[in-house]
Design a protein around this ligand. Structure first.
Ligand code: SLL
Length: 254
């Protein structure tokens, strides 16, 4: 018998889920980051590339598998990561000497009936950005290149919609199954008090977890200030233009 048609799309519905991807790299240093035995001589850094939930919230209910295509100079460059513990990153750690583009492919759970999606990440080993940002990376001893992303599910089918919005089984999701609190999943208000899966990001930031409503507000303030500055520059340019026009008119009359 044919299976029931569970592939009906939820018309007009869009659901998004935040996640983070990127890399963290550290220079080898005899004290702070010693080279593991057997590491080739020309390798200067250790690094990790990952895809994970914001604040390590579980994403395995929609993301089933992630492949990372590394540089061809690296032994078996296509790494397949699946069956991760809910609430832990999909990640690959390596050592090396050079920066390159990593092709990240995200595969969805079968219920989604969605084709995999490709992301590109430039592995950064060396401090970059403004002088202040470079200095901060040197001081911390870590080169961080992370991006916040939102996975959009457009008109998910009914079965997947239920999965996306159903209450979290904390035990299955790596928690302690009801007993005890403070599982990773509950941190930062990512899972509502009723336990449903949500798209909320945490209220505040903490080290290693920069994505929050607080950062968002700061960023908006920064953009507001930048816009005010640009508006002022436009006004100043208009004033100069009017002055020049007046000067020109006076010269023509004279
Ligand atoms: C460059 N376009 O020339 C880049 C290539 C390749 C980095 C960087 C090898 C690690 C290994 C490694 O770090 N490759 O041998 O496992 O800078």
């Amino acid at each position: 018998m044919a299976p029931p048609n569970t592939n009906k799309r939820c018309k007009g519905v869009q659901i998004f889920r935040p996640f983070v991807f990127g890399s963290t790299a550290r220079l080898f240093d005899p004290v702070t980051n010693p080279k593991p035995a057997g590491t080739p001589d020309d390798h200067t850094h250790s690094w990790t590339v990952f895809v994970k939930g914001v604040d390590d919230v579980d994403i395995t209910y929609w993301c089933k598998k992630v492949t990372f295509k590394l540089h061809d100079s690296i032994p078996n460059p296509t790494r397949i990561i699946e069956n991760v513990q809910p609430g832990t990153p999909f990640q690959v750690s390596e050592t090396g000497w050079g920066e390159f583009e990593i092709v990240i492919k995200i595969y969805y759970v079968p219920e989604a009936s969605e084709k995999p999606q490709t992301l590109y990440h430039h592995l950064r080993l060396h401090p970059y950005g403004t002088d202040a940002e470079k200095e901060e990376m040197r001081t911390k001893g870590e080169v961080i290149s992370w991006s916040y992303e939102e996975q959009l599910f457009n008109e998910p089918n009914e079965q997947f919609f239920d999965l996306l919005t159903s209450p979290v089984d904390r035990k299955a999701a790596g928690g302690k199954g009801g007993k005890g609190k403070g599982t990773k999943l509950m941190r930062g208000g990512m899972v509502g008090s009723t336990g449903e899966r949500t798209a909320l990001i945490p209220v505040g930031s903490r080290p290693g977890q920069p994505y929050s409503r607080e950062t968002e507000k700061k960023e908006m303030r920064r953009m507001g200030e930048a816009k005010a500055k640009v508006d002022e520059m436009v006004k100043e340019a208009q004033r100069q233009y009017m002055d020049a026009e007046r000067e020109l008119a006076a010269l023509r009359q004279g």
